[in-house]
Design a protein around this ligand. Sequence first.
Ligand code: F6R
Length: 604
Amino acid sequence: MCGIIGYIGEENATDRIIYGLHKLEYRGYDSAGIAVIDGGALVRFRAQGRLENLEAKIKGKKTGGTIGIGHTRWATHGKPSEENAHPHTDCTGEITIIHNGIIENYFELKEELIKKKHKFASETDTEIFAHLIEENISKGFVKAAFAALKRIRGMYAMVILYSGEPDKIIAARKGSPLVIGLGRGENYVASDVPSFLKYTKKAMFLEDGDVAVITREKVDIFNSGKKVKRGVKEIKWSAQQAEKSGFPHFMLKEISEQPQAFEDTIIDRISDSSIKFENIDPEKLKGINSVRIIACGTSYHAAYTAKYIIEKYARVNTVVEVASEMRYSSPVIDKKTLLIAVSQSGETIDTIEAFKSIQKKAGYSIAVVNVVGSTLSRMLDGVIYTHAGPEIGVASTKTFITQLAVLYMFALYMARVKGEAGEKFMKDGIKNLRMVPGFIKTILKDKQKLENIAAKYCGFRDFLYYGRNVNYPMALEGALKLKEISYIHAEGYAAGEMKHGPIALVDDKTPNVFIAPENALYEKIISNIQEIKARSGTIIAITNRSNTTMKKFADDIFYIPDIEEDFYPLLAAIPMQLLAYYIGVKKGIDVDKPRNLAKSVTVE
Ligand code: F6R
């Protein structure tokens, strides 16, 4: 987590860095800070809390420097105070550093440095790095930085300035993301592309072990003692996509963008009866007899939905696992196993690390990611991009729907490769996918109804969500969205599990949200609803428009368009996002930046 940005050029560095930090604030908002070199000296401002607090501090004191660094923090070591806010400096105040990650051996290094009379001003692991550089600064900035890097263990993206050499920024990456934005007579280095997208679309993604020496005119990259080259990518996202564009929140904007995002994700990959993926080798899939999908959070829920569809369509055994659990288990993986990573950011450390331990054992591996050039997109054998565009709201919405789009297409594709799907089957599946964007638009037009439901229930303290089969992962996702952005306790269950425990929670104070379209399991789910009604429970149902019976059972109903039953999750996800959104807003929560969360989780 943490957002970091460095700028070197001809423009006012404070302006460029503050702009960039606004685009990175989704990565953490416990504190923010900036350091620039002005007239040969380092000038530093830091503030606890949101970026606006830092801006208030800088107001009227802006510096004229054209080289600087900035940081927005998600606290790991040390509480979210001004002392612990980055940038940190050495004893002389000439070397300053921002960092995303964890220096694991910081404690022993700190003890060693204290013995050498270094004085520390914070509780962070980061600060020791500025002092480690100070130890060797007489040999020059670059040599001192390399020497310091050799001493540390852990994960990091670091950006460092030294006022004695004000013509360069040094950046280093191991585990945490760093991308360089290449401008004309100016360069950027940041955790993520939107921070500089307004100024340049040319990006160079650093790899693990890379150290970059960045000047106004050039970028030299070193790895394992040798100079290396990294490719330049043209970013297709527009700066406009990372603006609110009149919406009150990014989250509502991103929910509303889902028809387009879905369309963008499927359109170039489908024809009337076939599906193609640009970076996937179908030959490698022929011998596959099991699929293992690994992901976290919302991406895990997309993966869980895919399990049902891949098994049904391609008849291949599919296991879905939370990455942080998978990493420390002993999975049985062989050359007939296909691994799939699902990750919006492509930088989630749990997912990356889970793959490191098993990737070589598998027959083939595919990343489903949104961020072009991200670690997972480069690490696995194949990559399928979700074309959601930049997602700024901390809670995933449009990236979730585009992950589902990719995974449904993949299930059909795999079914074809495995000889399980004929032309008619493919045609029908693709036809259903094509209908989704229009149906999402219909749901969005009805959003006032969800706002009304939210108004009725926003005072409740616990919610339960239920679904069966493909709609069960949607129950998990509905509950997660509500927890994240309304701070209401919510749990998702397979509806059939209700009588095995959760039914004990039923009372008139706990609304029960059922994803209950008329499908093969409709009667079963109606029985579950009846069991709750019999115990004075309240029912909010999401069902299909042509359903005429639900009104007998539910207290509130939201209707979604009728679609073939396997495809309901692609529509049911939307009202759940909107319900959580409106409840969060009604509770006065900053839904784009809910407490304690960060969008990209790059620490374990
Ligand atoms: C929830 C949410 C998180 C992420 C999770 C994985 O709204 O955004 O649960 O889904 O942290 O992140 P990625 O997909 O970037 O690996």
